[in-house]
Design a protein around this ligand. Sequence first.
Ligand code: PLP
Length: 449
Amino acid sequence: MSAVVHRSLKIDFPRIVGGEGNYVILEDGRRIFDASGGAAVACIGHGDTRVHDAIATQLKQISYCSTTFYTTDVCEKLCRDLVDSTHGVMKRAYLVNSGSEAMEAAMKLARQYYLEKVPPEPSRMRFIAREHSYHGITLGSLSMGGHVTRRAKFEPMLLDCVSRVSRCFPFRDKRVHETDSQYVARLADELDQEFRRVGPETVCAFVAEPIVGAALGCVPFIPGYLKAMKAVCEKYGALFILDEVMCGMGRSGTYHAWEQDDNAAPDIQTIGKCLGGGYQPIAGVLASKRVIEAFEKGTGVFVHGHTYQGHPVTCAAALAVQKIIREENLVQNVSNMGGLLSARLKGLLASHPNVGDIRGSGLFWGIEFVADTTTNKPFPSSAGVASGIAELGITEPYCIAVYPSSGTVDGVNGDHVIISPAYNISPADVETIATTVQRLIIDYFASKN
Ligand code: PLP
């Protein structure tokens, strides 16, 4: 029996004893193909000695310093690279240790921006976010998100400065005969109305994940959606915040997902997971010229900070991971292998009687399961379909890890699994993923009938 406090005290989790490239190795010798990179994190696979060496070198130089008093070359270099990756949109980067911390910092940065700018707008303290979004698990970031089950027990403790508009989710929400552009216009109009309902002078920002990850299972924006939502923010002088913690850093097939919507760049962007690729816990906030210049002309001090922010060892790991992504042209590989994966998953699974939708971008794909493909009726959440598939997946003969979640219909019901492998997979790996996942899904549902 484990002595560790896991998320569940009722499950004895399989123990990992090693990791090599696409595989994690369990203590009983099973080699599991990591088709989800954990929670869409392990973007260069496991056990890359180049990253280990970078971490060891940094540890020997300086293992920790307080960013209240000092900076380091690795922190400066990483922030410079991140800013440069945005083609002049962003001016500074702020590094923390998790996506939730990044969202907390983004919220406070947005609020303080309105106190720093000239003239200040102190009435702005609200946010408009979306239904069934996920922005993190700490109280502020949980307040921002609309993740029904993760919020439920803590609802009375959550901030009341967040209101919500509809998600952008064609499979479930687009009306019959509605075109993509009509759907986008409807969503932009809803946001416009929400600004007017709460009072535009009270709103700091609209916040969205360009590609919704864990909550809905890799649901990309419709072309034109980000641009339309940004235009509404501009109309009311509010900031446009994009949470790219899960879909960013190359995962979607471009380095930043917003590049795919005619460069609808945010004023503030959060990043995480594939920044450090899991080699160290690191995440960040990118702040645009508009935001930074207000601070530069104002107090110059962001009233926020963590003991471990900009930690040199995490920065060294992220620098090494990003160097590999750049030098091996891996974002291009994400785009190429993503096209192949999309075609193979759809070819093998689209006609399965329990597969409702296959959607995604780059190497970020979701498969949604339904009880009936004519109505897209979900399985009841009590059936535990997504977690059942993931549990079966790591057994023989499949030995493949996919990431399960649910809530696509109403935040509770509606199962999906996420496939988000390493950026450096080959066509043969794509074939392994697609055929193994096909067999897994066929066998899972056959065992239930
Ligand atoms: N934002 C998004 C879009 C996420 O997917 C996640 C985590 O899955 C977070 C924020 C929170 O990140 P973390 O779990 O690192 O705190």
